[in-house]
Each structure stands twice: as structure tokens, then as C-alpha cells.
Design a protein around this ligand. Structure first.
Ligand code: ZN
Length: 707
């Protein structure tokens, strides 16, 4: 375990934050970030830290203050905004109480903040308050948990760390644990840290560096102990030990191909039924991991045991649930057998989960696993958003590593189910997940062909704003990257993904959808949109131009839909196809035969698809748009091509075209890509039981009224 403290780093932190927050807080933030920088110490909002200082009130009173990390904040990026300042003298008095419920505790914490806008302080705030030291650091270090999560964890920790630490059995985090830790320290004032079995490590000191150094030293001692014990032990079973694998450990097929094949099946089976006919399922987004080490462990004899054992520390439960689902020897060569296998494993999982969560309202219980281990294909983690799925996957990967290490020195052991259930469903913990719930399209995957163009990118942006995971499918990597970046800048990381896809090429479309399925698990909304235009009167039409337009606009729509539909059908979750057709379908104009014919064909394909797919609960609708010119940020490639000639056909200058199109509609509306995006969201949210219909987004053009 590397000690990351440097004089220059500390100095820089003091010059960065010192002037506004003071040196004590600056160094607090510095070592908090050092802890956060090591994923072997804390992961995603895990762990917490504090410093005791004073503040001066508006009445010039100097008040003793505890600055503690806000609940759910990441140590790695902790800034002054992530620290909550509380009335320390008052908090200390709470120690005299015999009991304090979670609700009371949160109320006492929130009503004794010095900044009304501060985040809710960590669940472990009182632990920090009751210890006398200026700095307190708490982590859930992998190496420590390797030792604590054992049948004789107490003895192992004592062997590894000697008398430098006190050891506490598992106690529910919150008021109870805070009192126990303070009592333990009072009884052992010589220790530099306290080990919480099945939970983590607390160290302390009068300055930031001492507390941090002690933390790293103790974790390092755990690592050394583990290495020595594992090397000397008779059953050294580490990740990567091929000897233990059944079937000689032979991997016959590419894990990526297997993942693409199985992901839509998994996604369909784990979707949570809602009982609402219009929105029958809560869907999840996938994060798939298949590093070689991981594949080997999942394939090994320990993989199944690991899936069936509990989490490393209770803080992980809200992301991973207590157990992973393991599907033994998947029938990769027979899809229907594979589906039956997964269905049966899932049914058992749900049954066990209901038995575990006996005291919970079963109607509201989502009993689907968050983590699935599939020998051959890897680790499949699920969440309501991509961000949540990534957090789950990071934790799951560490969990597998620690369990594998723990098994090398003694059987890995976790807390009893009753303790796990208590933490998983604790309102204080569940509240941490709230920020992941937003938007009418949450959990839905929207794929837009031509997603990097003027209309496509606006549709992608609007869908991402509504909570969808948006896939920008297009040709031209740079443009795709730009659009994905701009969506993630405004909607947050993990809201968009780019895929190279030439919709006129079968192989490219197939590969593109495979990439999509591995990235997020499946597809819910298809928006065929990639198109080109060409201006020529029929008498002058070149066959090659006509073919090119038909190839992209008609064959492209067909191929894009075909590949997407195949995935939707395997998911069995229904879905939506929203075809970007054109005002031209009902109201054609001269010199635009190739474009109008191709769009009319795409529109007609949509009607046929509506008939064919209704039984699969896939709705197909069309949007007839008129003249979207793009904006200052994104010009329309289509209008750049046809603008000059369309202007000529109408005896106008090119610059006058947008105004011409605005004036020719009843509402005098300028049509934007965002308007098309809003129409996609309307259909994709199943707001009305509609399929096979056409929605004009054209400001009202009489000759193009649907009929
Ligand atoms: Zn903790």
C-alpha cells in the first residue's frame, strides 16, 4: 500500500484551499483525496473523514466545529462543498443518550449544521464527533476486509496488527457504533486505530499526516500479513489459478461475442414488472466487465462460492445486493436452453431474495440481482443508470478480488443475513440512491442513426435530458465523439455512447448493435434517422444518385430497424420505433423525387412494422418533419447539400430559406431538432396507446396533413 503523502502535495493543497478554508481544512481535503485516490481503500462514496476546528459566527463567537464528509460524497474528489460543519460541543453531549433512532440522529445532525445549505452529514458523523482527535480517517480497505471477513478474523487482525489497534465486533453503523468506538478508545487510549470487523478501519491523529500515515501503515501491514500467510498456506488459491478450473479451463469462444448474445436475454429477464400496462417494466442498464483475471476466477471452482457469499462491507449492499447470481455451465451453443437456464437461476434468486427480505413490503421489492457471473462471458452488473451500473461493477470487481484473497488464507465469511437486510433497507442508505432516479425515459436505451447530424444530435440530447441512455450511431468518429462529449457535458458522465455504424452495410449494422448490447445490455427505442437528400427532376435523374438516396434512406432504415428489432424481440420487453420520415411523404415537392420516394418507403416500412411487431409490444410511429436547418452549433449536412438547389427551385437566396419555410406553415414556427426530440420522447414514454401513426412536426402544413 503506497503512502501518497508528499510535502509538495500538502503545500499545494494549503495554497489552494488555505486562503478560503484555513490550513486545517485544506490538509483535511488533501489527505481525504489521497485516501479516495486508491480504490483498494474506498470506492464510490465509501469511507469518511473529519477534522475538528473552530468557526467564528456573525456574533463573533468562536464555536468548536466538526467538519465531516457529506453522505454519498466521493473522497477522491472531496472539496469544501462536500464537508458539513456541525456544532461539536452539542454533538458530544449526544453520547450520554442510551438510544437515538436514525430519524432522530439525522434530525439532530441537520439542525446543528452551521450552513443551512450543507449536505446531510455522513451516517458515521457521531463516530467522528465522539473521538477526541483532531483528524479521523475511516475506510473500507480491501486488505483489511480480507482479514476481518474470516471466521477467526479477530485473531488474524491481532496477528497482523498487534497491539497498535483495538478490535470491535460488527456493530450497526450510526449512533450505536459511534458510542462503541468512543468507549473502546477510552478503554485503550494507546491505540492508533480501531478495526471494525466486517466493516473497515478507523485511524486518528492530531494532524492530517499522522492520521493518514497510520491508516496506510495498518493497511500495508494487512497486505504483508496476507501475502505471507497465502504464500505459506497449503491452499494458495489466487485469481488466475487455471488448475482449479473445470473443463480444463478452456475458453472456446470470444467472451465479447458471448456477452453480446446473452445480454439482451439477461436484461429482459431481470426487468422489474411494474403492473402498469403503459410502462410495464423498469429496465436496467448494463456494465459488462471481462478482464482476463476476472474471467478465470468466475470460471474457477471459487467463482460459484464467491457469488453465494455476502458483501465485504455493508456500505456496498445498496449497489450490489447481498449476493450475486451465478449461472453454472451456461449452454452457449443453444439459445433456448440458455434462456431456460437463466430463467430458472433467476427464479431461484428471486425466491431466495424474498425469503431474505421477509419483513419488507414484497409488492415494492425489486428482487432482481445487480451482479451476474457467467462463466465464459464475465461479470454483468446492472443499475437504473449507466453511472449506477459502473459503481456496482467497480464494487463487484473488488469484491471478487477480496473474496479470492480471503479464501486463500481461510474461508471467506460475511455477516448474517439479518444484519445485511437491516443495512440494505435502512432508509439512510436507500436515500443515497435517490439521485439516480430522474426522467421519463430512465433505464431506456435510445439508439439514433445519423445521431451526429443536426436532427439526430438534438434528438439524442433531448432523450438524454429525459434520463435515457443515448446511443449516437453514425459514420465519422470525430463527429460522434463531439456529440457524445457535448451530451455528457450537459447531462453527466454515463449518459451517452457513440457507435460507428454504416447503416447501408449489413456487417457494420450488426457489429454496431453488438457493441450497443455489450455497452448497455439492449435496446428500447430505435430512431431511424440517418438520411441524405438529392435535388433533381425525374427527367434529369441519374440512376446512381437515385440508388444512393434509396440505399441510405430506405435500405438503411430497414437494416437499422432489422438489427434493432432482433434484439428487442430477444429482450421481450416491448419497445418503440420512432421513424424520422418527412413532411414530403404527404406533401411532396418538385425536383425532390429521390428523397420523397425514399422517405415514403421508410414511412411505409414503419406501418408494416407496426402490424408485425404489435404482438411483441413494440410500437412503431412516424414523425413527419419539415425543414430542420440546424443552428449556430450544428449545421445541417442535408441542407448544406440541397440548400442551394432548393433555393433555386423556389427563386430564393439560400439565406432566405429558413424564413421561407417558417412562413409557409400555419404556426409560423421555425422547426428545430429539439422539436423532433420532444416527439420521440412522447412516443417513447408510451403516453398514449398509439402505433402505426404519423405525427407532423412542421408547424402545420396544410398539403402535408396526414390522411
Ligand atoms: Zn464505514
Amino acid at each position: 500500500m503506497k503512502n501518497r503523502w508528499t510535502k509538495s502535495g500538502a503545500h499545494q493543497a494549503v495554497s489552494q484551499w488555505g486562503p478560503t478554508c484555513g490550513e486545517l481544512l485544506a490538509l483535511r481535503l488533501y489527505s481525504a483525496q489521497l485516501l479516495g485516490a486508491d480504490s483498494a481503500l474506498v470506492l464510490h462514496g465509501g469511507g469518511n473523514v473529519s477534522v475538528k476546528s473552530t468557526i467564528t459566527s456573525v456574533l463573533e463567537d468562536n464555536i468548536e466545529t466538526l467538519f465531516v464528509k457529506g453522505s454519498g460524497f466521493d473522497l477522491a474528489t472531496l472539496s469544501p462543498d462536500g464537508l458539513s460543519g456541525l456544532d461539536l460541543a452539542y454533538l458530544r453531549r449526544l453520547r450520554t443518550l442510551d438510544q437515538l433512532t436514525d430519524e432522530q440522529m439525522v434530525n439532530e445532525l441537520r439542525t446543528h449544521l452551521f450552513d443551512a445549505g450543507a449536505p446531510t452529514p455522513s451516517i458515521e458523523t457521531l463516530l467522528h464527533a465522539f473521538l477526541p482527535h483532531r483528524y479521523v480517517d475511516h475506510s473500507h480497505a480491501d486488505a483489511l476486509l480480507t482479514l476481518t471477513n474470516q471466521r477467526d478474523g479477530d485473531a488474524m487482525v491481532r496477528d497482523a496488527l498487534g497491539e497498535r489497534v483495538a478490535i470491535l465486533p460488527y456493530i450497526r453503523p450510526g449512533f450505536e457504533l459511534a458510542k462503541a468506538v468512543a468507549d473502546c478508545y477510552d478503554a485503550n487510549p494507546q491505540v492508533v486505530g480501531i478495526v471494525l470487523l466486517f466493516h473497515g478501519l478507523v485511524t486518528f491523529g492530531e494532524d492530517a499526516e499522522t492520521s493518514y500515515d497510520r491508516h496506510i501503515e495498518l493497511v500495508d501491514a494487512c497486505e504483508t500479513f496476507f501475502r505471507t500467510r497465502a504464500a505459506g498456506g497449503s491452499k494458495s488459491r489466487l485469481v488466475g489459478s487455471r488448475r482449479e478450473q473445470p473443463n480444463g479451463g478452456k475458453q472456446t469462444e470470444d467472451p465479447a461475442a458471448l456477452a453480446a448474445r446473452v445480454a439482451p436475454i439477461l436484461r429482459g429477464i431481470i426487468a422489474q414488472p411494474t403492473g402498469d400496462e403503459d410502462r410495464p417494466f423498469l429496465r436496467s442498464i448494463l456494465e459488462w466487465r471481462a478482464a482476463e483475471e476476472l474471467l478465470e476466477f468466475i470460471h474457477s471452482a471459487d467463482g460459484k462460492t464467491a457469488a453465494a457469499s455476502g458483501p465485504l462491507t455493508c456500505d456496498h449492499l445498496i449497489h450490489t445486493k447481498p449476493r450475486a447470481l451465478y449461472v453454472a455451465e451456461p449452454a452457449w451453443s443453444d439459445e433456448s436452453a440458455l434462456r431456460r437456464q437463466i430463467e430458472s437461476a433467476m427464479a431461484t434468486y428471486r425466491k431466495d431474495y424474498h425469503a431474505y427480505a421477509t419483513t419488507y413490503d414484497t409488492d415494492r421489492l425489486d428482487a432482481a440481482p445487480r451482479v451476474i457471473l457467467l462463466p465464459g462471458a464475465g461479470l454483468f452488473c446492472w443499475g437504473p443508470t449507466k453511472r449506477a451500473a459502473r459503481i456496482t461493477a467497480d464494487i463487484a470487481e473488488h469484491t471478487i478480488l477480496v473474496k479470492s484473497h480471503a479464501n486463500a488464507i481461510g474461508p471467506y465469511t460475511s455477516l448474517p443475513d439479518a444484519e445485511l437486510f437491516d443495512m440494505e433497507f435502512r432508509p439512510l442508505q436507500q436515500r443515497k440512491l435517490k439521485h439516480d432516479n430522474h426522467g421519463t425515459l430512465q433505464g431506456q436505451v435510445v439508439v439514433i442513426s445519423g445521431g451526429a447530424g443536426a436532427i439526430g444530435s438534438a434528438v439524442a440530447q433531448v432523450c438524454a435530458e429525459q434520463g435515457a441512455y443515448t446511443i449516437v450511431a453514425d459514420i465519422g468518429k470525430n463527429r460522434i465523439d463531439q456529440i457524445v462529449q457535448s451530451i455528457e457535458d450537459s447531462c453527466g458522465p454515463g449518459t451517452a455512447h457513440g457507435v460507428l455504424m454504416d447503416v447501408t452495410d449489413e456487417e457494420s449494422a450488426r457489429r454496431g448493435f453488438e457493441d450497443i448490447v455489450r455497452t448497455c445490455g439492449g435496446v428500447d427505442v430505435l430512431v431511424p434517422n440517418a438520411g441524405v437528400a438529392h435535388v433533381a427532376a425525374l427527367a434529369d435523374m441519374e440512376v446512381s444518385d437515385f440508388r444512393r438516396v434509396m440505399e441510405i434512406n430506405t435500405v438503411g432504415y430497414m437494416l437499422f430497424m432489422r438489427e434493432g428489432i432482433r434484439i428487442m424481440k430477444r429482450q421481450e420487453l416491448g419497445g418503440n420505433i420512432v421513424i424520422n420520415a418527412s413532411k414530403n411523404v404527404f406533401g411532396p415537392g418538385k425536383d425532390f423525387g429521390a428523397y420523397s420516394a425514399s422517405k415514403a418507403a421508410g414511412h411505409q416500412l414503419g406501418k408494416v412494422a407496426a402490424i408485425e411487431l404489435a404482438a411483441d409490444h413494440i410500437r412503431v410511429n412516424m414523425i413527419n418533419t419539415d425543414a430542420v436547418f440546424g443552428d449556430e452549433n450544428m449545421s445541417s449536412g442535408l441542407w448544406a447539400t440541397v440548400g442551394p438547389q432548393r433555393a433555386k427551385s423556389r427563386n430564393l437566396s439560400e439565406a432566405d430559406l429558413p424564413e421561407y419555410y417558417r412562413r409557409r406553415n400555419l404556426l409560423r414556427a421555425r422547426i428545430t431538432g429539439r422539436h423532433v426530440g420532444n416527439a420521440v420522447v412522447f412516443f417513447a414514454s408510451n403516453a398514449t396507446p398509439t402505433t402505426g401513426a404519423t405525427l407532423p412536426v412542421d408547424g402545420g402544413v396544410i398539403e402535408a396533413f396526414p390522411r
